[in-house]
Ligand binder design. Structure first.
Ligand code: NAP
Length: 254
């Protein structure tokens, strides 16, 4: 029986699904949250078959009423100790001069307001646990920019600011705030979503890159960070593939 719950938003694929697997392995009851519940159901079944404990929660993190209802539903589960704010993503690679304001708005709503909604709604339970951890999955885009990235970079910088500010504001309370900032991670859908379903453009992102990070690399890092003793706070952990020295310097084998 799990005695602690971990929430993972965006658990229907990529880094979120891998993180849910790692945290289930670590003994948490994992509350799987995303919009596509068919994928969450499949993951919950897989976890149950492996002897783990998971529940499925349909959730759009941009919908505050849905987030509040989700927080209420968590009351039936073991105490909440970990929140992994992972849901997010990028849309488009247009320069600032021609970027689509609607895409910028969507990125802000999911990556920034999504984290705000879920963190606000779950903080009381995390605090009540006596030992809570908020993980914010940002990106190296939260720390430096690149051409064509401004909409996503701006949203991820804002997420970084939430993590930094929350850590200051919670100082003295039993909740730590951990920011994990990965560089290039080869997941099934991230680039596909960014390029509006264009598989060729999505594949080109990883072309010739030897060993981009995998979702499992990031998941293991999250699981390691949240399993440090309660007095240890991994403030900010940046991880990149060896082939990537900055957002725009990537070694490719042709
Ligand atoms: P992904 O495979 O595209 O997964 C994104 C996840 O977010 C999906 O599970 C999706 O689920 C969920 N999501 C999107 N909008 C949502 C919403 N409104 N409400 C709830 N869930 C929502 O992306 P990934 O590569 O795993 O990336 C995960 C996180 O890591 C993101 O925050 C991303 O910005 C960050 N990151 C990715 C990379 C990379 O290179 N891949 C690098 C650094 C940081 P549903 O569609 O089912 O809702």
């Amino acid at each position: 029986m799990s005695t602690r719950t971990a929430v993972v938003t965006g658990a229907s694929g990529g880094i979120g699904a891998a993180t849910a697997r790692s945290l289930a392995e670590a003994g948490y009851h994992v509350a799987l949250a995303a919009r596509r519940t068919d994928r969450l159901e499949a993951l919950a079944k897989e976890l149950a078959e492996a002897g783990h404990s998971a529940s499925v929660h349909a959730l759009d993190v941009t919908d505050r009423a849905a987030v509040d209802a989700f927080a209420t539903a968590l009351g039936d589960l073991p105490p909440l100790h970990v929140l992994v704010n992972n849901a997010g993503g990028a849309l488009g690679t247009d320069p600032v001069a021609t970027g689509d304001p609607a895409e910028w708005r969507t990125m802000y709503e999911v990556n920034v307001l999504g984290v705000l909604h879920v963190t606000q709604a779950l903080l009381p339970a995390l605090t009540a646990s006596g030992d809570g951890t908020v993980v914010v999955l940002t990106s190296t885009a939260a720390l430096a920019t690149y051409e064509g990235g401004a909409g996503y970079v701006a949203a991820k910088h804002a997420e970084h600011v939430i993590a930094e500010t929350l850590r200051l504001e919670l100082c003295g309370q039993p909740v730590r705030v951990i920011e994990i900032a990965p560089g290039m991670v080869k997941t099934e859908e991230f680039s596909l979503t960014r390029f509006h379903g264009d598989a060729e453009k999505a594949a080109a992102v990883y072309a010739g890159v030897e060993g981009p990070l995998t979702a499992e690399d990031v998941a293991e890092t999250v699981a390691w960070a949240v399993s440090r003793p309660a007095h240890v706070n991994v403030d900010l952990l940046v991880l990149r593939p060896r082939a990537q020295a900055s957002n725009s310097k990537v070694h490719r084998v042709r």
